[in-house]
Ligand binder design. Structure first.
Ligand code: R5P
Length: 303
């Protein structure tokens, strides 16, 4: 029977430890440091030969560094003869750059996925990838977990009468639809445009929101402009109150203040990316989700 081992990258060691505890995986220490010239120096400090190995590393900011560190850890594990290497990437950076919007642009998400494969990753486990289209960019088996089971109890606990679930843009419709169905609530959507990078403008509200409690559901908040713009548009359209749920708290500086000052009252997210605690945000733990995935994949590998 293969040993189940887990290495924490440098991005989210606490989540990695929790996943190891819950899944029973053995934590293998690794050194992630830097040479004087800034190049990363990696060393796996324990025995991984023959293991079913999980490397936990969200590729959140600084994205290039986190991605490279993950790739180097995978290559080190490959050199040490790990039997199977699974990258557990709770937040997959570059996912939003999954298509070329203008000539001259790269397909950055596809490149990020390819880097992992080239480094020796056999399988990827992630949470709520930005788009379903991106799933096909992974040339290794992919497990794309959903946070619904973890998030829904929080929203139910808010007890919001007259609830409407709102997608803040066309890309989020499927996700919002799922939450609307689970909460037995109607669905509304925002027509959004991006005049410039990192700027989002809500053009129109589709659906009936007057007098309702609106729950904006999105995969991430980065600048917070998508959610803030949606909240303003909903309140202008007569919404009674606005709340927001997003899976990944990318949170560029000022994002939370922007969201809160747009009138968003309750906010929930996950711990897929480490974040400073703030009393305005309810953070839902994801360790159990990932640990269950590890246990399941390890079981399948044994069969
Ligand atoms: C867009 O397609 C995404 O689903 C999010 O709505 C967006 O990335 C959020 O970014 P920001 O908070 O900067 O508006």
């Amino acid at each position: 029977m293969k040993r189940i081992a887990l290495i924490a990258g440098d991005a989210h060691p606490q989540l990695a430890r929790e996943i190891a505890q819950r899944s029973g995986a053995e934590m293998i220490p690794a050194t992630i440091a830097a040479f004087a010239d800034g190049e990363t120096r990696i060393r796996i400090e324990g025995e991984v030969r023959g293991t079913d190995l999980y490397i936990v590393q969200p590729t959140s900011a600084p994205t290039n560094e986190r991605l490279m560190n993950l790739a180097l850890l995978a290559d080190a594990a490959r050199c040490e003869d790990a039997a199977r290497i699974t990258a557990v990437v709770p937040y997959f950076g570059y996912a939003r750059q999954d298509m070329r919007n203008r000539p001259g642009e790269p397909r950055s998400a596809q490149v990020a996925a390819r880097i992992l494969k080239c480094a020796g990753v056999d399988r990827v486990v992630t949470l709520e990838l930005h788009s379903a289209a991106l799933e096909s960019a992974f040339e290794v088996p992919l497990t794309n977990l959903l946070a619904d089971e973890a998030m829904l109890p929080v929203v139910r606990g808010w007890r919001l009468p007259g609830l409407v679930v709102v997608s803040p843009d066309a890309g989020g419709l499927k996700r919002a639809q799922r939450y609307a169905a689970a909460l037995a609530a109607p669905l509304a959507a925002i027509v959004k445009t991006r005049p410039r990078d990192d700027v989002a403008v809500a053009l129109q509200v589709l659906g009936e929101v007057r007098g309702r409690a609106c729950l904006i559901v999105d995969d991430m908040a980065s600048t917070g402009r998508t959610i803030a713009g949606a909240a303003q548009a909903l309140l202008e359209a007569g919404a009674r109150e606005v709340h927001a749920l997003f899976i990944h708290a990318v949170m560029a500086p000022g994002a939370l203040d922007r969201i809160a000052s747009a009138g968003v009252q309750k906010i929930a997210t996950t711990d897929s990316i480490p974040a400073a605690r703030d009393p305005r945000v309810e953070v839902v733990a994801t360790a159990a989700l990932f640990a269950d995935a590890v246990v399941q994949l390890a079981g399948e590998a044994r069969r």
